[in-house]
Design a protein around this ligand. Sequence first.
Ligand SMILES: Nc1ncnc2c1ncn2[C@@H]1O[C@H](COP(=O)(O)OP(=O)(O)OP(=O)(O)O)[C@@H](O)[C@H]1O
Ligand SMILES: [Mg+2]
Length: 1335
Amino acid sequence: MSKTPAKGKQTNTLFSYFQKTPKSETKNTGKSGTDEVLSPRRSPNDRSKTPSAGKKTSPSIKATEANEFSEGDLVWAKLEGFPFWPSLVCNHPTDKVHCKGGKTKQVHVQFFDSPPSRAWIKERYVKPFKGSNDESFQKGGQFYTLNTQVNKGVKEADEALKIDKKDRLSLVVDLLPSSDEEEEENEEENMDLDPTIFDTEMSDEDISKENHSSKAEDSKETSPRKRKSMSPQKPRRKAAKEAVLKNKRRRIMVKSESGDEDSEDDFKPVSSEDDDDDDSASELDENEISDVEPESEPESPVKEPRKRKAPGRGTPASNKKSIAVLDSGKKPAFSPSVSNNTKTKLSLFSAPENAGDDSGQKDASSYFHVSLDFLQPDKLRDNTRKLKSDPDYNPRTLYVPESFLNKQTPAMRQWWEIKTKHFDTVLFFKVGKFYELYHMDAVVGVREVGLIFMKGDFAHSGFPEIAYNRYADALVQKGYKVGRVEQTETPEMVTERCKNMARSANKYDKVVKREVCQISTQGTRTYSHLDGDIGDHTSKYILAFCAKVGQFEDDRHLSRFRTLVAHYTPTQILYERGKTSPNTMQLINANLLSALKEGLTPGSEFWESSKTLKTLAEEAYFKSEDGEITWPEAIKLMLSESDTLGLTASDAYDLAVRSLGAIVWYLQYCLLDEELLSMKKFETYMPVDVSEHRAQGAQSGAQAIKQRHMVLDGVTMSNLDVVWNSTTQSTEGTLLERLSYCSTAFGKRLFHQWLCSPLCQKQAIYDRLDAVGDLLEAPSVMEESVTILKKMPDLERLLSRIHAIGSSGRRKNHPDTRAILYEEVTYSKRKIEDFLATIEGFKLAMTLTAACSGAATNFKSKLLKQTVCVQGAEPDNADARFPDIDDDLKFFESSFDHKKAKKEGVIVPSKGVDKDYDQAIADIKDVEGRLQTYLDKQKSVLNCKNLVYWGTAKNRYQIEVPETALKNIPHQYELMSSKKGAKRFRTSDIEEMLAELTDAEDRKDTCLKDIMRRIFHNFDLKHRKWTAVVECLSVLDVLISLATYSRGGEGDLCRPEFVMPEEGAQPFLEIREGRHPCVSRTFEGGDFIPNDTIIGTKDDQDEDGDSSYSEGQVVLVTGPNMGGKSTLMRQVGLITIMAQMGCYVPAQKCRLTPIDRIFTRLGASDRIMAGESTFYVELSETSSILQHATKHSLVLMDELGRGTATYDGTAIACAVVKELSKTVGCRSLFSTHYHSLVGEFQLDRNVRLGHMACMVENENEEDPSQETITFLYKFVKGACPKSYGFNAARLAHLPEEVIQSAVKKSREFEQSVYSCKMFRNLWCSSSAQEIQKAF
Ligand SMILES: Nc1ncnc2c1ncn2[C@@H]1O[C@H](COP(=O)(O)OP(=O)(O)OP(=O)(O)O)[C@@H](O)[C@H]1O
Ligand SMILES: [Mg+2]
């Protein structure tokens, strides 16, 4: 009896127990075996194509009690809780009657369902079936239904109606009643096994099958489990069973070896046999999970699904009975619990609202672990016994008392031991083919991802291996760490190990070894074959940082750090525990709320730079196969020149290397280090605002912009909603959402990067714009490319998967290489599918270049040309970047039979692909040939033509000699075996050749086992080429995306024009008829009004022609509330980002000198979490602007100073405008409601006045609230004297009384200001004449 069920078979699923009418089209007439998982449980004894069921049942047609129905009748039968279902009257398989009397007459029917099922139905619920055309089935009729399953059944019944009544019996599927308990007991007797195995491992594994029970199913029937008696303590167990059954608990406590059998504290493995009724939730399979849709849960009349035995698992004896059994006939076929069944099943997929209900489940808070002393919050210690209050407490670990561990069963002990090292991780603990979650992890599983608790005293839940991805992903997304713990031994290996032990094995030795194979967190989520589909295309960053004054210069507000996290928003952050400044911690806590933050112990976890480099050198990450280290370029640059061994970091990079050390440690901890680091993808991050440029800018007065990219800092990114809308916490309404039309996942990632760092150099920008133009001129190329790109898989991530598998050879010590995976074949298939998808993807890429090649000659853009032209294809295009991968593809395409590999999950290399394999095959052929020649020779020696080789495996190649030829047997013939009329011999020659053959076959097998890795490895060796292709594809995708936007649709778009400062231009910006790229509708639902924005240059459309006036670098924007000031400022910011990214912009004209950085101070926001008040945030941002802005920057300041008292605010605003216009001299838009500011700068030549126009009707000095303001949303010259706040108040539906009271107050204020003014004038007047004038 094997402990592990047959690999690869998915037949043993919950489907086998929880019947659900499958959605498949399969006809359920019983004509075919259909899907084993879901369907007809025809007797395995009856596997013939033509159902013999009819034959079996027909002889048993006998006279029944006088009854309205007879065998073969087609009827409508209604089972409680289900609609009338088309059915066929037939004999009960064992009772051999179709009708039984008693108080209530019952008719035995087979439902036309898929799979077919049967039941006894009360006669009054059985009605004749007259075909679908009968009015009873028409709308309004008794049997009319929209249920698709019923309708399907009706179609089948219609077909049956056409045939002779007797012949219909051939439709009866042979279903046996559930095995009776008698038989079960017998089987138990027969199958008692070595108790030791099951007390430890076996029963441990069976927990899943036993306890993965969904909520109580109230069936009174018992159905034999796949596995039978496994414990020696049957009598006690039987008693226990009865007791347990009474409580509807199916777990049986097996006496633990400690003797402490009833202790609640013990994890008690359960024997499977006892748990007849509890079919495991673990036995769900992937398909089922995804298939179940509560709404579509078909109302199948199949009521006792659990009574079915899933084929392909369990004992041979039970396999014999692994037949669908619907009703025994002795008991009510369908207990009311069946609908509970469905409910239970549904509950598997929903939040467990009733986790503590009456079905035997407990409230999460009453589970065993909750009472454990060492888990009490105030007593928690880490594994070095430090209390939580200790600053060095390590929350990743847990102290578990030895005395407690000693009380655990071996497997539970393993779990707790792993938990001591991974306290903060939800452990998916492999037991057979299931991942199990225990105690606190089970609670998380139930609460967060809808698993359900098993019955029992300790919290426990689980799911089948194949669903790993689903649950791991869900938990990781919710911020949990998930640890995958695999069995790394088979029971056979355990036995072998125990046998070889010097001492006698104890119970802890007899448990299979389990090891943590992977820890997944938000930042370390890789996309391996276990993780299934790659859905999410966004990049996931993990950031480690450490700080010391001097190396990563930053201002007091950590602007650079903010920018770093805005551009590469980390999902996980590693910091030095106890060494990180409160300022930085605050910033992280406030800005990166959702990121997982983990403190590492300085030194042992957050390594010193020397330890980091030593580890990197010693481990195999950068070593080639001959052991030579090749440092990745980026790391090489960080090494100290004075240290030739390369084990010291240069001073400038010491901290960077330390941070890298933290990452390496963490990757090791997650068991991902080799997989990721060996890809050697390292890049140095430079703060976007390289320090030199400020010096060159404003201060030195130099005109040149040297930097390559525009700086978009964290504040600006969030203020302008560039990639993330922090208000809605989504990408809704962001520039990214508006502009990205990328078709591929890698294109989307590149687009994100391009958007975060627009260009500054005219040439580069123009090249992109040219590309957009080229593409717009070749719409058919664009269309074709998009069609091809849309079909591309995520090649970038597939390449890393292939790398991970290909490099697994070096990961010999990785526990995953030892893991016993139940779904190995599925994963093999997935790996092969991925590989094939990759090859397909690259083939598509080649077709893409072909599609573009014609048009490419006309392309103006160098970038576009480089991207689509294949290297070497045209000698004159030396810059072509697209590598020629044709030959490589052909090689890998023909390296094995793809179809076969996909189907079987095994790669058999074609000739020439793998030398060792080819050699082994050649050797096999050669030996086989020689063996044949040898036989022919023997035929002449013995003078007998009838010699043949006989035997298989070890016994093969025995020469079978008929009796007649025995007299000629040479003496070297050695007798091996005999049969009547013949004897079989071997000779030393044969033995020798056989040894050769076996050796060659072994070599072949070894090759085959490793062939996938080798092929993947060979593929990975060319990663430079593949990566280059992906880069080209990404660029093309992004350019096409820009072109798609630029093609327009909603209003004019124009190609921006740039003038470089070197060309003698002062920084300026001229946008004509510009629109906000993300707003197309207005507050009232009207069209968006385009606006001109001219800064730093003469407005040649200004009729007044006051040139000096219009050249001001600072524009003071006034206007009514709700007039569109903020919108205008954001619009200007976004348009310039788009322009410098190389995109057409929503305007009629857009000319500018490149902007080196956009600064924004928009809207009121406070960071209470970061200990910063509204006004503080305002001033911090302003301060950062004044410090960092250069002449080439763009500053957008919205209502600075409104966060404080009017006078203070006005004063600060005034001072800042002065600073901007006089000292910094950068392009600025400054909006304000402080009208006194306007007066201040009215005559300032550096400051230009503009306002959002509005129309005032019913102007009323007395009561301004009666005025009607019509917003014109037109940005025009000059100042607006008033803000018309009452109008906004009315629009916002402020109560009329409040408005009136405000109007009154406003008049009072005005009056007092007026009086003050008068008084001052009066006071200052010296003559009567002046006094008179003052009034
Ligand atoms: N150019 C425009 N065309 C049409 N509608 C616009 C335009 N600009 C703004 N709006 C509409 O006006 C609304 C208010 O705009 P905005 O927030 O920019 O006003 P504001 O002047 O900044 O007001 P406040 O002074 O109260 O801050 C926007 O939500 C938008 O619906
Ligand atoms: Mg505003």
